[in-house]
Design a binder for this molecule. Structure first.
Ligand code: G6P
Length: 362
């Protein structure tokens, strides 16, 4: 409704939308809680996913980054192989398909032309599809076999924030429901852990001043910035870099920590900002090793870790959440840092140059 799309007292839609993330997560939990208190997913959608022997996740931009996390859930929770593709590439670079493929389109707007083009093609081939979107009645929703809504409410700022976390939460629920149907245990209570993640997101949002200080300290004078991570943190580093590029115009790159030595480390100079994500207990030592390598070459490193694996000198520490759900929380400091970097540089936060909220041309 109209109240949802008012900025209210917020200076920018982006800040409002960042703030809404805990509420969106709680709304998603409610929407997928069955009468027995367990997880619920509409039956036909659940059946379509469960019957597939391989999932092809198709998306663009931030939604593609959410898809990378979703792949982990389908494989780790439900044991279904999944691959993630950029929609604009998929059309002419189609992989060999499995016998019973299912296509999952992830699109905040449900209008992205590149994704729609893939949908048209796979429908012609006779393959089933599910669309995850924030907009009911959108083109992708109408044209695919099944729709799962994101419940994020209208997202107005061009840079996507709450749709990303909503997509990841919904993907975790989809994968856990499929696991349940297959008689597999995911090993933890997802509803409870998503609730914990919502609380953790709130805690991070309450630390805006600290994120503003980080943006000032690390990005005020920089031309470029790097984001590194391993495993699930790598996927979030891609999204962190995209946010910064989109709204502050600082050249930013996200990459896997282990790839540093294969090229990117050549770019590290005195003062180069490096945001390193270290939320994963079993990968923490490796990523900290990467931080030592870059700081030895003059980088200005900002470590983001999680309660439980944190060290004294870490600049940003998020509250402990389930290791597979960290993107729901670790992305928020990165969103806020981008927001303040954009603000400090006098950029147009909500309407960055050259970008559109939804791209309806191929
Ligand atoms: C545009 C927006 C991005 C968005 C992408 C995909 O480029 O600026 O923020 O991630 O489209 O949009 P979709 O609506 O398909 O998720």
């Amino acid at each position: 409704d109209a109240a949802d799309i008012e900025k209210g007292t917020y200076p920018h839609y982006m800040l409002k939308e960042i703030d809404e993330q805990p509420a969106v997560l709680r709304k998603i939990i409610q929407a997928h809680r069955g009468p027995d208190g367990g997880l619920w997913l509409e039956e036909d959608t659940l059946r379509a996913i469960t019957e597939a022997d391989r999932l092809y996740i198709i998306a663009a931009g931030t939604s593609y980054h959410a898809g990378l996390v979703g792949k982990e859930y389908f494989e780790k929770f439900a044991g279904i192989p999944a691959e993630v593709h950029i929609s604009s590439e998929f059309g002419y670079n189609m992989p060999i398909l499995s016998e019973r493929p299912l296509f999952i389109f992830i699109s905040q707007s449900g209008e992205t032309a590149d994704s729609r083009q893939v949908l048209v093609k796979v429908k012609e081939m006779g393959h089933p599809s599910v669309t995850l979107t924030n907009v009911s009645g959108s083109t992708l929703s109408r044209e695919s076999d099944h729709t799962v809504l994101l419940h994020a409410g209208p997202e107005i700022a061009v840079a996507s924030t709450k749709a990303y976390t909503a997509q990841i939460a919904v993907l975790s629920i989809l994968a856990a429901c499929v696991a349940g149907t297959k008689g597999k245990s995911i090993g933890f209570d997802l509803i409870q852990e998503l609730g914990i993640a919502a609380n953790a997101a709130e805690t991070v949002i309450d630390r805006k001043e600290d994120m503003e200080a980080v943006a000032f300290e690390f990005l005020q004078l920089s031309r470029n910035a790097f984001f590194i991570g391993r495993g699930i943190d790598y996927h979030v580093s891609l999204e962190g870099a995209l946010k910064l590029k989109e709204i502050s115009y600082i050249q930013a790159e996200g990459f896997a920590g282990g790839e540093l030595k294969h090229g990117t480390i050549a770019l590290i100079e005195e003062g180069t900002p490096v945001f390193a994500l270290a939320t994963q207990p079993e990968l923490s030592a490796n990523i900290r090793g990467n931080v030592k390598e870059v700081t030895a070459r003059g980088a200005h490193a900002c470590l983001l870790s999680m309660d439980g694996t944190a060290e004294e000198s870490d600049r940003i520490v998020i509250p402990a959440v389930h290791p597979l759900l960290t993107p729901l929380v670790s992305v928020i400091p990165l969103q806020l840092i981008s927001y303040y970097a954009s603000l400090h540089r006098g950029c147009d936060v909500d309407q960055p140059r050259n970008l559109a909220k939804s791209v309806t041309v191929e």
